[in-house]
Design a protein around this ligand. Structure first.
Ligand SMILES: [Zn+2]
Length: 165
């Protein structure tokens, strides 16, 4: 079958898929941070290298939620059906950039945690526990209970930037 998408169109499509997928994963983590009473974070700091999805300024911890497809997760990666070479190069470049960003942030004294999209899907609590360990806090006995209005407010995208919880 002839590939009717130009590279540019495909790139736009992929970017749309990426942002949608990532937002869902990011919201899943966000919801659980609140649910399990983990505070002290901000969303998506544009001033920091690599624009981490979550920043814990006091604990000097940044968390990236990496989409499996876009960031070339070794577990989930499947080569695309067409333009294989092009995409392979792109994914490799993305992974290389991720590594450079992580290393640079670590040099500046940040703890860096990268969570794969599939980890959030399969075992979200493991991700939460990893964050908690890096924050050095003990597991809390009581779960913060959320009512429906809270959950809606948390997941509303309009209040994303510089929101401190
Ligand atoms: Zn994956």
């Amino acid at each position: 079958m002839v590939d009717t998408f130009t590279v540019e169109q495909r790139s736009r499509n992929m970017a749309a898929i990426r942002s949608r997928g990532n937002r869902t994963t990011e919201n899943a983590l966000r919801f659980r941070l609140v649910r399990y009473g983990i505070s002290g974070w901000e969303l998506c700091s544009p001033d920091l290298e690599g624009k981490p999805d979550f920043v814990f300024p006091a604990a000097k911890l940044v968390v990236f939620v990496d989409g499996c497809h876009w960031h070339g997760c070794p577990k989930c990666y499947r080569p695309p059906a067409s333009n294989t070479g092009y995409w392979l190069m792109k994914f490799k470049r993305n992974r290389a950039r991720d590594r450079v960003v992580s290393a640079s942030l670590r040099r500046k004294g940040w703890k860096v945690l990268r969570i794969w999209e599939h980890e959030m899907e399969r075992s979200p609590l493991t991700a939460v526990e990893r964050i908690r360990r890096l924050l050095g806090s003990r597991p809390s006995r009581s779960r913060k209970s959320l009512n429906f209005a809270d959950s809606v407010a948390i997941l509303r995208p309009s209040s994303r930037k510089h929101e401190v919880v």
